[in-house]
Design a protein around this ligand. Structure first.
Ligand code: PHB
Ligand code: FE
Length: 335
């Protein structure tokens, strides 16, 4: 990915004398930042449209978009701007899913090759993230360093990749189980989670094929929030557990059904119509609750205390088309 990105040009201005931040252009979009805000401008019908977001909301959203490789479907940074994954290409939009803009033709959707938009987003993140601010961290675990003029950077935090396992964690040939020694101490919110691992007695010759792990212990050491990691792959079925605290920085628009299993604590979800943003449902998930998130919604989670969530994704590539053409209903069960 980095090799491809390195070949793509990024249109960036010199650092501003006033704030120290660079301004970036991507197609007809311009991205500027100042001490508090990200400004996104686009031109339509000869007019310059402007959108403003708090810089921390912008950076935490863009961090997910980059780390997730644009994810499944839509990543709404807020109700106005975001990206849609076309799997090889990516649409960047402003106002497309805000009816007041879309109905008046004041919205803009432009398509980019994935490496081009990725390189631009990475460059914006690198330039706009100050030293001491980690856009993956819970608010209590990072500073207010997103505020103010440009001060250093935090490349170590923003270059962190979502961890993918080739096999179940703990089996030989896969990533090391998280440990204190590897820099993953138990999070303050999960001090009561037992770190005991199950005892496995494999028959001789099967030591490499049978395994069990304490997933709660694994998750208790997660150092990031709202960042599902692919922890097991079985055909097209991906188990992506994650730890959540504060607010999911994006409103995800699903292009397929996904399942949530609440492992611990509580998350409130706001579910809206994907196209219009009109409210569809409010949902409070408690430990053991299971929900199917439909393919025609956008949703955002709120977690007062750090919680554990299993996101279960179906990676079948044909799914977005099957939902879009009506071949599949947007929900998995009819009651
Ligand atoms: C989702 O959009 O389904 C999603 C994304 C990230 C999370 C949880 C859920 O941490
Ligand atoms: Fe989702």
């Amino acid at each position: 990915m980095s090799t491809a990105a390195a070949k793509v040009g990024v249109n960036a201005s010199a650092a501003s004398n006033e704030t120290g931040y660079r301004t970036f252009k991507l197609g007809s979009f311009t991205f500027r930042r100042d001490e508090y805000f990200a400004h996104i401008d686009w031109t339509v019908k000869g007019k310059t449209m402007t959108h403003i977001m708090s810089a921390d909301a912008f950076l935490t959203a863009m961090m997910r978009d980059v780390a997730w490789g644009f994810f499944y479907g839509w990543v709404n940074f807020d109700s106005m701007i975001g990206t849609r994954n076309r799997y090889g290409k990516v649409d960047m939009y402003a106002g497309r899913y805000a009816p007041a803009y879309h109905e008046r033709g004041l919205d803009l959707v432009e398509q980019f090759e994935t490496p081009e938009i990725l390189a631009t987003f990475k460059a914006i993140l690198a330039d706009w993230t100050n030293e001491g601010f980690d856009p993956f961290a819970a608010p209590e675990e990072t500073g207010k360093a997103w505020v103010g003029k440009k001060r250093g950077n935090n490349d170590a935090a923003i270059d962190r990749q979502r961890q993918s396992c080739k096999r179940m964690p703990g089996l030989p040939g896969d990533a090391e189980l998280r440990t204190d020694a590897n820099g993953y101490p138990v999070n303050r919110a999960f001090a009561d989670v037992t770190q005991e691992e199950p005892v496995v007695n494999a028959a001789p010759g099967f030591e490499n094929e049978i395994h069990a792990m304490n997933l709660f212990a694994y998750l208790s050491r997660s150092d990031v929030t709202w960042n599902p990691s692919v922890s097991s792959v079985c055909g097209r079925s991906l188990f992506c557990p994650t730890t959540e605290e504060y607010i999911l920085p994006i409103k995800h628009g699903n292009d397929r059904v996904e399942w949530f299993v609440q492992f611990s604590d509580e998350i409130e979800w706001e579910v809206e119509d994907k196209e219009t943003g009109l409210p569809r449902a409010k949902l409070t998930m408690k430990p053991g609750d299971v929900a199917a998130m439909p393919a025609d919604i956008r949703h955002q989670g709120f977690s007062r205390k750090r919680s554990m969530l299993l996101v279960w994704e179906n990676a079948t590539p044909e799914l977005p088309d099957m939902y879009e053409t009506g071949k599949l209903k947007p929900y998995p069960v009819e009651f």
